[in-house]
Design a protein around this ligand. Structure first.
Ligand SMILES: Cc1cc2nc3c(=O)[nH]c(=O)nc-3n(C[C@H](O)[C@H](O)[C@H](O)COP(=O)(O)O)c2cc1C
Length: 418
């Protein structure tokens, strides 16, 4: 067995009595449920010690708020279920109190030591968000139990259909911080904060999709920007290459078919003219995108370089180049790329792997016999930019956009709201 084994059990009367014993023996008051009692100077001031009146108030509050099945929140006793870990904790704990294993709990619950309480409560006004509350007896903190409980709360919340978890931890609790920020996808806290309150994603895909954006340098302000977008495109391409951006030439081309339905796919951007007005790519004229461009020349190209939090957007009309341009572009390709461009009919149904292999063998034979012969449909297209936009992301969300629009008199430059 690795790591602590904790289990959450719905709080019932016997477990509440065990929780009261644990809380009473602990110097630090529980944060789950009220810890003040009659006679305390301020309800916000934590008590320095437990009195009988305060214990009664704690018990009464839980009986009303935690044991009532009609309440929206759910309260659990946290049980330490692994005997080796329990022994370890008892030996090292300064305030273990009368909380050793007591045999099976009510309702056939597994043997376990009550070490705290946890709570899931719907957050009013935030559909799908539940708040996680956790209190562990002092001797059980900083031992990894907290993380195990938060993971268990996360799984329970997910099972309830929640999609976000609201949780708070102190900044100096490095383990909780890591759990909330890396495993639950919460963003890092602002500088100077002493507690971290996060709304964490519960969907595994959303956690991966919510990684903080990397930093980058803002594009120049319009007054300092070049007259045409070209030099800035070239600078960004050079900086992306220097930064080791993977596939910096991968661009998404969006087109619209004759019925007005949009389509988009990634392809390789082949060239950009020095003024940033012409953007070229190559494909087969008979492919869906080729047919869409024949029906509707309006298109958009988007490049995204996540390592630098940068996006380039281009819109305009597309024209098809001559056979000579297609031939010149085709000759720049490696033999493998020539074979790939000749193999099969792009985007048509593939019946079998054998058909694929046969078409590839035929293409290889053609390329080896007539390497410079250009496939009939191979075409170089040019997108004539009417608009070019530079988007620079920033981790503090102070994103910057610089937009160029082509006019009869040259290019207009302006900043856009992000
Ligand atoms: C990184 C990358 C680069 C690609 N480059 C090209 C390309 O240069 N030309 C091309 O026709 N398809 C390219 N493709 C394939 C297209 O995304 C697409 O699958 C194919 O062109 C068929 O698109 P269509 O059915 O819309 O015509 C590339 C795909 C990826 C992921």
């Amino acid at each position: 067995m690795t790591g602590p084994r904790v289990a959450l059990r719905p709080l019932d009367v016997p477990l509440l009595e065990r929780l009261v014993d644990v809380a009473r023996a602990d110097a630090a008051p529980p944060e789950v449920g009220p810890v003040t009692g009659p006679g305390d100077p301020s309800p916000d001031a934590p008590p320095q010690r437990w009195t009988d009146a305060r214990v009664d108030a704690f018990r009464a509050w839980h009986r009303a708020e935690s044991l009532d099945p009609d309440r929206a929140g759910r309260t659990f006793a946290v049980l330490l279920t692994a005997p080796p870990a329990a022994a370890d904790v008892r030996n090292g704990a300064p305030a273990g109190g009368p909380d050793g294993p007591r045999g099976p709990a009510a309702g056939g619950e597994p043997c376990g030591e009550v070490i705290g309480a946890a709570r899931l409560t719907p957050v009013p006004g935030e559909a799908g968000t539940v708040e996680a509350g956790l209190w562990l007896a002092r001797g059980h903190r900083a031992r990894g139990h907290g993380g195990a409980v938060v993971r268990a709360l996360r799984d329970l919340a997910r099972a309830d259909g929640a999609h976000r978890l609201l949780a708070t931890t102190t900044v100096d609790n490095e383990a909780s911080r890591r759990l909330l920020t890396t495993e639950l996808g919460a963003h890092p806290l602002p500088p100077g904060a002493t507690t971290l309150t996060v709304r964490a994603h519960l969907s595994p895909a959303a956690v991966l999709l919510s990684r903080p954006a990397p930093a980058g340098q803002a594009p120049p302000f319009p007054g300092e920007a070049p007259d045409t977008p070209g030099p800035l495109v070239l600078r960004w391409l050079r900086e992306a290459a220097d930064a080791g951006v993977g596939a910096l030439q991968a661009a998404t081309l969006a087109t619209v078919d004759g019925d007005g339905n949009p389509d988009a796919r990634v392809l390789v951007l082949r060239d950009v003219s020095p003024d940033g007005a012409s953007w070229t790519f190559a494909t087969d004229r008979g492919s869906p995108k080729g047919r869409q461009l024949a029906a509707n020349p309006g298109a958009a190209l988007t490049l995204h370089w996540p390592e630098q939090a940068r996006q380039l957007r281009v819109r305009g009309k597309v024209t098809a180049g001559s056979r000579e341009e297609a031939a010149a572009e085709f000759r720049t390709r490696s033999p493998a790329a020539r074979v790939a461009a000749r193999t099969g009919h792009q985007s048509e149904a593939l019946t079998s792997d054998d058909a694929y292999r046969e078409a590839e063998a035929a293409a290889r034979a053609t390329v080896s016999e007539t390497p410079d012969a250009v496939p009939a449909g191979h075409t170089v297209y040019t997108l004539h930019a009417g608009e070019v936009e530079f988007w620079q992301g920033s981790p503090d969300r102070f994103h910057q956009r610089l937009h160029y629009r082509r006019t009869d008199d040259g290019w207009n430059r302006r900043r856009l709201w992000p």
